[in-house]
Design a protein around this ligand. Structure first.
Ligand SMILES: [Zn+2]
Length: 191
């Protein structure tokens, strides 16, 4: 997996202070004094993925049904505004020779979420990674998220969610399997 970015905390704190001053804020009040540091810490956390080993195992039992991890939390920032977007991911695959620990599917989502993102790319990266590493018969990733850049600013579309999906392999080709996947994750089947 790619390396995490190197983060210069002091440069971040200085820049956050300059930014808040440019926004016309005074940092003299005790409440705001330490805000540049807290802002920088917050973004450091959002942009630093935890390292993890994605170990795969042979599919010794010959399991040949969909493996579905539902409602994995997604927390990331949009690369256009650096504002958070949050939601849930549903990740599924249909095994061939290799399987992966279920908790690793959540770690995979988390890994790709800890960087400036667009929802479409995040969805695709999770799916492509599984496809590449497991060579499964099918991969399905659906992400539902609320973008604060849509709900807090601009059109202020409060309550609107964005759904993106990537379906690969037999999930693309087989309508029966696709219906099963969508009903397992609780999405309407006529999309
Ligand atoms: Zn945005």
């Amino acid at each position: 997996m790619e390396k995490s970015p190197s983060i210069d905390m002091q440069a971040g704190i200085n820049a956050a202070r300059d930014f808040l001053l440019a926004m016309g804020l005074s940092l003299d009040s005790p409440n705001l004094q330490d805000t540049p540091r807290r802002m920088t810490e917050a973004y450091r956390e959002l942009l630093s993925p935890r390292r993890f080993q994605l170990t795969t195992f042979p599919n010794d039992e010959g399991y040949e049904e969909l493996v579905v991890a539902r409602s994995i939390p997604v927390r990331t920032v949009c690369e256009h505004h650096m504002l958070p977007f949050v939601g849930t991911a549903h990740v599924a695959y249909l095994p061939r020779e290799r399987i992966v620990g279920l908790s690793k599917l959540a770690r995979l989502v988390e890994f790709y979420a800890h960087r400036p993102q667009v929802q479409e790319r995040l969805t695709r990266q999770v799916a492509d990674w599984l496809d590449d590493k497991l060579h499964p018969k099918a991969v399905g990733v659906v992400i539902e998220a609320t973008h604060s850049c849509m709900t807090l600013r601009g059109v202020t579309a409060v309550g609107s969610t964005t759904v993106t999906s990537t379906l690969l392999g037999t999930l693309r080709e087989d309508p029966g399997l696709r219906t099963e996947f969508l009903s397992l994750i609780g999405l309407p089947q006529h999309r």
